[in-house]
Ligand binder design. Structure first.
Ligand SMILES: Cc1cc2nc3c(=O)[nH]c(=O)nc-3n(C[C@H](O)[C@H](O)[C@H](O)COP(=O)(O)OP(=O)(O)OC[C@H]3O[C@@H](n4cnc5c(N)ncnc54)[C@H](O)[C@@H]3O)c2cc1C
Length: 206
């Protein structure tokens, strides 16, 4: 059944655009000399012994990496469409069917879904359902679908895992994963907490 909005609220919030946020962070002078490599680890002890501290931010990958059965993939599918005229703020409906339209600098994100699945293939029926609901709410014609995107929110039933632990080889690991659908929002605070846990280690100087 099509839902009708009977009530709602508005608030001012910061919207970040992931690609530009990511490139801003990695191009920061502090990180320019860092070595970035793509390696898939079977276990955390496989991290080179040259590093005495391991920070585990593996997202949903922590399910296998540290055998955390509390982690669930909450699949999200969105459609990227061209900029929508006169849409100056995000519109979100959290009640089923989940619906959101988020304007960005050069396009707009229509969503969405939240289901227990790790299927990374786009489902055309879902895209059609998303477009149908967003256009109904925005009272616009069907826009061109520029792209379909799928991601897995690393939902952890017992909450975010942010703690210090010890690997079997004696090295310290700081876990920081399981942020569900709030990973960007929580990232600054969690990174600060990881930093504090690392600073408390013997031999660390301010
Ligand atoms: C549809 C959708 C909507 C979202 N909406 C919001 C929102 O509104 N607000 C918000 O704040 N956040 C949102 N998020 C972000 C979400 O909250 C997640 O928390 C975030 O994407 C996960 O970030 P992460 O850095 O923990 O994990 P990821 O971004 O998944 O990064 C984990 C990294 O670890 C690597 N890795 C995993 N396993 C291994 C291994 N064995 N060896 C080596 N490397 C490994 C992966 O390759 C990856 O690079 C959304 C995400 C999705 C998918």
């Amino acid at each position: 059944m099509k839902s009708k909005f009977r009530s709602g609220r508005s608030h001012l919030a910061l919207l970040s655009f992931r690609p530009s946020l990511h490139s801003k962070v990695v191009s920061h002078s502090r990180f320019r000399s860092w070595i970035r490599r793509s390696v898939k680890f079977e276990k955390l002890e496989d991290v080179s012994p040259a590093f005495d501290l391991v920070i585990n931010c593996a997202g949903i990958g922590a399910r296998e990496l540290v055998q955390d059965i509390d982690l669930e993939p909450h699949r999200g599918q969105v459609a990227i469409v061209p900029k929508i005229d006169n849409l100056s703020c995000a519109i979100v409906c959290d009640d089923p069917p989940l619906m959101y339209a988020i304007p960005r600098a050069s396009d707009c994100v229509f969503g969405g879904t939240n289901e227990l699945s790790d299927n990374l293939d786009a489902d055309p029926t879902t895209t059609a359902r998303i477009i149908d609901e967003c256009t109904r709410v925005l009272k616009i014609q069907n826009p061109l679908v520029l792209a379909e995107r799928i991601g897995l929110r690393p939902f952890r039933k017992s909450g975010v895992c942010l703690e210090r632990d010890c690997l079997p080889d004696g090295r310290t690991v700081i876990h920081n994963y399981g942020h569900g659908g709030s990973g960007f929002t929580l990232s600054w605070g969690c990174a600060q907490k990881v930093f504090e846990l690392a600073e408390e280690l013997p031999g660390q100087r301010r």
